[in-house]
Design a protein around this ligand. Sequence first.
Ligand code: RUQ
Ligand code: CUA
Ligand code: CA
Length: 655
Amino acid sequence: MTSNDETSKETPNLQDVSRRKFLNTAALVGLAGAGLSVGLTSCKNEEKSAALTGAGKTGGSTASASSAVTYGEFEVPPGQLDEYYEFSSGGHSGEVRVYALPSGRTLKRIPVFNIDCESGWGITNESKAIMGTHPDGSPKYKTGDTHHVHGSYTDGTYNGKYLFVNDKIHGRMARIRLDYMVCDKIVEIPNVQGTHGIFPDKRDPVDPKINYTTRVFLGQEFHIPQPNDGRDENDPKKYYCMLTCVGSESMDVLWQCKIDGNLDLIATSYDGTLAASNQYNTENGVTYEEMMAAERDACVFFNIARIEAAVKAGKYFTIGTSKVPVVDGTKAANPDPKTSLTCYVPVPKNPHGVNATPDGKYFICAGKLSPTATVIDLALVHKWFDGGFKDPRDTVVAEPEIGLGPLHTGFDGRGNAYTTLFLDSQIVKWDIEKSIAQFKGNSKVDPILDRIDVHYQPGHGFTSMGETKDVDGKFFISDNKFTKDRFLPVGPRHPDSGQLIDIRGDKMRLIADHSTHPEPHDAIIVKRDLIRTKQINDLNEHPLAVKDAKDCRVVRSGKKVTVHLTSQAPAFGLREFTIKQGDDVTIILTNLDKVEDLTHGFAIPKYDINFVVNPQQTKSVSFKADKPGVYWVYCTNFCHALHLEMRSRMLVEKA
Ligand code: RUQ
Ligand code: CUA
Ligand code: CA
């Protein structure tokens, strides 16, 4: 039976759980038992009861039938503005996306690590300078893999200045300035591979003159030889991973900290003293069997002040040609908690995700291959660092069984946690203080408050303002990896989805399925009044701006030719311009239109040039005039009744 057949037989209905498809029982039993199954992608239909038996074994329970949503409640009528921005990573598309919530409207795609011919990202000289180039001027990398988007903070909440996003493939981090919603810096991290989790400081700035986040921390997921230059290739015992610290304003790599095992997601404490990361490969395995050999891995805490003091005191080394100071945070190098740079808290098993509760008290690590979430008390982590006790495991204050495949946790500010269950295809709502009481031995307490089915296999889940002290407990989004029968079929490559859930009441309620282009990896939901954008560029921000149509001209110096050009609807400043075959040409284009939203495009056929200039913006492109002939340079962005007539002729004279 094809999915087409299934879909056509059934009436879509948000509340109809009978359409849910479950993983086969083998996957559930395997994970619940020996923990040896990786058959996570099976789409074999199984009875719901069979699947829930598997879940029940590990503390799961049936999702409650949530009360229906009245759709008018959440409608954002035409012309009205949404309450929130959602900033989402675009996964292996390499971009960042901007949505409006609760409507789910798509507002913008911000190209970051990807080439984008709509905006000209990776095509214009300005964007290539940010992305990095080969000596011939071509982009250094054409691919990216964004996972985690976080905003810059002041006093524990978003200040609306920046977004930071990782690139897992090439070990980079990008910064997006939120006033223009464009990427303005990319840094490539030395000595790492697989830069996965990132998180900025939430602390109050040290320097009162600085009203932005001061540091961003990045976790390395893949361990490698150091330097990775061909040495120790087949000696995995010598591979290792590092935490990297980047200055958020300079975007310089400030230091790195070598660790045992690997790093994954990152969270920072609200007091600015600690960063933490879950570790799923404390085994230093190179195959998945090896990586899941141990019953416990860890959540590692970094004592930032001690690391920075060690760097200042010169207690560091460097690797290869990199000048970045590296401190040693391994257990062997840190035998005494009172001086230790790191605290490795044992957590079961291949944990995924670490999230800080908005009251600043706890870090929660989801178990992934264990049906548990581990609650770590930050006060106890500090006590451990002060030498108060020896066993880091004593920082754990709860470990409730919440369901199968727990990955990420969001918060509502009312003491509840919402964890995505990848294998159960559910969100589970649980009470943190009750889980602590249960852990202390009060067997009568059940921390589980509610479950809701999602469709299907959720990865990240996050709440409105949930990573800030201003968490408002209104919405939760479940970003789902599989959609199978949820949308009209579009061939083998399925859309992904973000499901919007109302969390204001006792019971969670599913509001909407927002389909998304793969892969909406992780996101934050930010109140709209925290974001203040500029709607028009400043003519003076580009040093080469052509400020008057009368300044349009072709300037030649030997083979170097510069074309100064303007756009103003419905014409370019030069109706034609002539260059010679073999010239090295740079075209500088300023859009002199001042009207909001009046963007022009600029395309040259066969020369592979296509970009836009927004009102008062200047961009440039450089190319070799290697093809003689007539080329109609044209505007690609519908701007005027005479948009189609908005052209110029580029005449390339034969050499
Ligand atoms: S990790 S689905 Cu790249 Cu964000 Cu958990
Ligand atoms: Cu200018 Cu279309
Ligand atoms: Ca492991």
